[in-house]
Design a protein around this ligand. Structure first.
Ligand code: 5GP
Length: 170
C-alpha cells in the first residue's frame, strides 16, 4: 500500500518550534514543569517538543491502550503509570492524536486525581470531529477523519519511525 504525505517533516518541525514558543510564553522560563508523554504514539512529538522548551522540566511517561486492531473500542486501559508524584506540579500532558477524546478524558481524570497544581494538554494532531477540542490546550495540526500514520503513530505497530504524517492511499 502507498503512503501519501499529509504533513511533511518540515511542516511538523516548524510548527513544533512555534508551539514551543507559545508554551514558554504561557508558563514562563523559570518554573519547573513535568512533561508527561503518552506512549507509544507521542514519543517522537515529545522528544522534539521538549528540545524547544527553554525551562527546567522533568519527563515522565505513561501508557494506555485504547484501540483494538485499529478500531476504537471506547475502552481505555492503563498499562503503566507515572514513575514520580505530580502533586503540586505544573503538568503538560503530551498526546499524539485526539480523536473521540475517550483516551484524553480518562487520562485527565486519572491525572487530576494525583493533584497537580495545573494540568494542560498538547496534542500533535486533532481529528476534526469536533467533540473534544475544548480539552486540548495546544494543537499542532487538525487532520481529517482518516487513519493517519507516521511520526510516532502506527498501524499494527509499524510506520512510527516515519518523519512525516501520512495516510494510506491506493
Ligand atoms: P481517542 O480516544 O481520542 O478516540 O483516540 C486516541 C488514541 O487513539 C490516540 O492516542 C491514538 O493512539 C489512537 N488513534 C486515534 N486516531 C488515530 C489515527 O488516525 N491513527 C493512529 N495511528 N492512531 C489513532
Amino acid at each position: 500500500m502507498k503512503i501519501e504525505t499529509l504533513i511533511s517533516a518540515d511542516e511538523i518541525q516548524g510548527r513544533i518550534a512555534e508551539l514551543g514558543k507559545e508554551i514558554e510564553r504561557d508558563y514562563g522560563t523559570k518554573g519547573e514543569i513535568v512533561v508527561v508523554g503518552v506512549l507509544k504514539g507521542a514519543f517522537m512529538f515529545m522528544s522534539d517538543l521538549v528540545r524547544h522548551l527553554n525551562m527546567p522540566l522533568r519527563c515522565d511517561f505513561l501508557r494506555v491502550s485504547s484501540y483494538d486492531h485499529d478500531k476504537n473500542t471506547g475502552q481505555v486501559r492503563m498499562e503503566f503509570d507515572l514513575t514520580q508524584p505530580i502533586v503540586g506540579s505544573d503538568v503538560l500532558l503530551v498526546e499524539d492524536i485526539v480523536d473521540s477524546g475517550n483516551t484524553l478524558r480518562y487520562l485527565l481524570e486519572h491525572l487530576h486525581a494525583k493533584k497537580p497544581k495545573s494540568l494542560k494538554v498538547a496534542s500533535l494532531l486533532y481529528k476534526d470531529t469536533g467533540k473534544a477540542r475544548k480539552l486540548v490546550d495546544y494543537v499542532c495540526f487538525n487532520v481529517p477523519n482518516k487513519y493517519v500514520i507516521g511520526y510516532g503513530l502506527d498501524s499494527e505497530g509499524l510506520y512510527r519511525s516515519l518523519p512525516f504524517v501520512g495516510v494510506f492511499s491506493k
